[in-house]
Design a binder for this molecule. Sequence first.
Ligand code: ZN
Length: 190
Amino acid sequence: MSSSSRRSLVSAGLAVLLAVACGACGTSSTQDVADDRPANVAGETSTLVEETPPVVAPAYNPLTPDEARVILDRGTEWAFSGEYVNTKTDGTYICRQCNMPLYRSSDKFESECGWPSFDDEIPGRVQRLRDPDGSRTEIRCANCGAHLGHVFLGEGFTKKDTRHCVNSISLRFVPAGEPLPAPIVLETKP
Ligand SMILES: [Zn+2]
């Protein structure tokens, strides 16, 4: 073998060795990067987005403009216009804004005043406040503050001598046997 042939063989051998070494090195480092960083970063990001529940603030039932005029602005519906004036069905009257049970049908009586009349409330559910004019006593839902109407004493309608004069639109009637919706109790009152 000539000296030039020997050099060629040595050169070729070195080239193969370098190619294998560099190839292995390059392949290895490329796979490390591909396997670790992009896959983990992408996985964590999509998992966070999918598992974060939407933030929905608890709130009372939405009100129509007519409901808001009575319940929030302390208005009064026209006499004999409310949907529960003549209702005699057994059941429970709940607050239209927060679903809290306020009155039982067994306490409803016929006063012919034009609004649903009750001579008692479910204990603790109705708040009484003196009207600014000092002549009447306003009644509100003790849970959410919804305006209900007024309460009058000493009229002699029933033995309890009490008349809760309530706007139908402040109430929702749930017939006996039907499930009552869960009351909405907010930690922070609006
Ligand atoms: Zn209420």
